[in-house]
Design a protein around this ligand. Structure first.
Ligand code: GAL
Length: 490
């Protein structure tokens, strides 16, 4: 393995093939999230969050994050790895219940704050920009018991939490991501974990969750604007997940179905913030209202924003954060179900091409051209916002000579450059993930890391994979080979 990786590294740095240069305006990083890496689930006075609760009281998760990568005790090693890689920024998340054990801001955990202070300070000393996600899904259990994201008071509770973070860390932290992937919070989490907003989709709770979450984001943004921005000079946004959705045929119905899917996935959260007129995408408003009436509801199941709320929400992102992994094919669904649900409202069917190369995660197929299409869709729909790619990555089952991961990133970075040439303003790219970690329902089986973590060893040692050396060489040279396919590595 060692000889092979050295050979790979030598090959990459002396590459004679056709190379492309990254613009100086693009910064590189890696991403992680609190529950997936920290462990220390009950360290000091940390409160319980929904994943602690699920892991300890149900059999929904195959593994738990009680120890995970043990970053709570080993963040010095994490910073060492970041230095080895040479990244510009590190995106990590704060565990809400670690700094506010009960979820509310009346009681702060000094130990929790000390942990993040120490990590942030080490990053600054290493000249690595900390980029903090406030909410990467680990909701304090207390708040879940009060209805989770269905509860309109969550808007205030989240804003209080955000304000504690701005006040405590904002002198050093200049990039804030309020929410990681609202779509997953409101649609996938209920399916995967039976947690907030409801136990299953019913075409009501998903939209209430989205409504509250959008308002919570906007409230936190406005607080930053009003109280902290002039002194701290940071930036606030969120990061939205989206696959590219390609029509399965060029029929008008399938083209419309693919566009509708994009609007229901990405537009749901992007349109209120990034479009000129604000509010939900017109197609969501129309379709859900029409279906609701047909189903006998007195009004649309999609809640309405007031004119004032529309104005408060519009413009509340200083950048367009994007998490992107893969592509789907979409066809119009003809036999709609009778039960109202978020999916029924879209009346589309989602498929993938069986010939696409798969990762270890069945949903994640290697389809780089979809990334270019998605970046251009964002450019065209939202007036070419500055786009920061906060997650992009590939899973396998634990290979340290991870040539498939290298190939994935090589292809996705090449199309990112194509998109930049198309005119997209992409200013950041983060690999998911710095190291193997708890991949939610898949436990420690699907591995996304640039570093291999041995989860059988209580010390959780981390070892660089070939992809770590590949990424390091990109950061050093700021160039990339156009095509690794014909290289003797493959
Ligand atoms: C994202 C999520 C990450 C990670 C990744 C790989 O949706 O934000 O936490 O799990 O997917 O599946």
């Amino acid at each position: 393995m060692f000889v092979k990786t050295i050979a790979l590294w030598c090959f990459l740095v002396t590459v004679k093939g056709k190379v492309r240069r990254f613009p100086d305006t693009l910064s590189f990083g890696v991403a992680t999230a609190s529950y997936q890496i920290e462990g220390g689930w009950n360290a000091s006075d940390k409160g319980e969050h929904i994943f602690d609760h699920l892991a300890h009281t149900t059999n929904k998760m195959v593994d738990n994050g009680d120890v995970a990568c043990d970053s709570y005790n080993q963040h010095e090693r994490d910073v060492e790895m970041l230095k080895e890689l040479g990244v510009d920024f590190y995106r990590f998340s704060i565990s809400w219940s670690r700094i506010l054990p009960e979820g509310f801001s009346h009681n702060l955990s000094q130990d929790g704050i000390a942990y993040y202070n120490s990590l942030i300070n080490d990053l600054i000393d290493a000249n690595i920009t900390p980029s903090i996600t406030l909410y990467h899904w680990d909701l304090p259990q207390n708040l879940q018991d009060m209805g989770g994201w269905r509860n309109p008071l969550m808007v205030d509770y989240f804003a209080d939490f955000a304000e504690v973070a701005f006040k405590t860390f904002g002198d050093r932290v200049k990039t804030w991501i309020t929410f990681n992937e609202p779509w997953v919070v409101c649609v996938l989490a209920p399916i995967w974990f039976s947690v907030s907003p409801a136990k299953s989709l019913n075409g009501i709770d998903e939209y209430i969750c989205g409504h509250n979450l959008i308002k919570a984001h906007a409230k936190a943004y406005r607080i930053y604007d009003r109280i902290y921005r002039s002194a701290q000079r940071g930036r606030v946004g969120w990061t939205l997940s989206s696959s590219w959705h390609e029509p399965i045929t060029q029929s008008a119905a399938d083209i419309k179905a693919a566009e509708r899917t994009l609007q229901f996935n990405l537009g749901w959260f992007a349109h209120p913030v990034f479009s000129r007129e604000g509010d939900y995408p017109q197609v969501m408003k129309d379709v859900i209202a029409q279906k609701s009436l047909q189903q006998g509801y007195p009004r649309s199941r999609l809640p309405e924003f007031t004119t004032e709320e529309i104005a408060q929400i519009r413009g509340t992102c200083d950048f367009f954060g994007l998490n992107h992994y893969t592509t789907n094919l979409v066809r119009m669904q003809t036999n709609a179900s009778k039960e109202p649900s978020y999916f029924d409202d879209q009346f589309t069917e989602i498929l993938q091409d069986p010939t696409w190369l798969s990762s270890a995660s069945p949903w994640l197929k290697v389809v780089p051209w979809g990334f270019r299409n998605l970046l251009n869709w964002i450019r065209k729909n939202y007036n070419n916002p500055e786009t920061m790619v906060f997650e992009n990555g590939f899973s396998d089952s634990g290979n340290t000579y991870d040539i498939d991961r290298i190939s994935y990133h090589n292809q996705y970075l090449n199309v990112l450059l194509d998109a930049v040439e198309d005119g997209c303003k992409v200013s950041a790219y983060a690999v998911w993930s710095l190291m193997d970690n708890l991949e939610w329902l898949e436990g420690y089986n699907d591995r996304f890391g640039l570093y291999y973590v041995d989860f059988n060893d209580p010390r959780r040692p981390r070892t660089p994979k070939a992809s770590a050396l590949y990424f390091k060489s990109i950061l050093e040279t700021r160039i990339i080979e156009r095509d690794l396919k014909n290289s003797r590595l493959f």
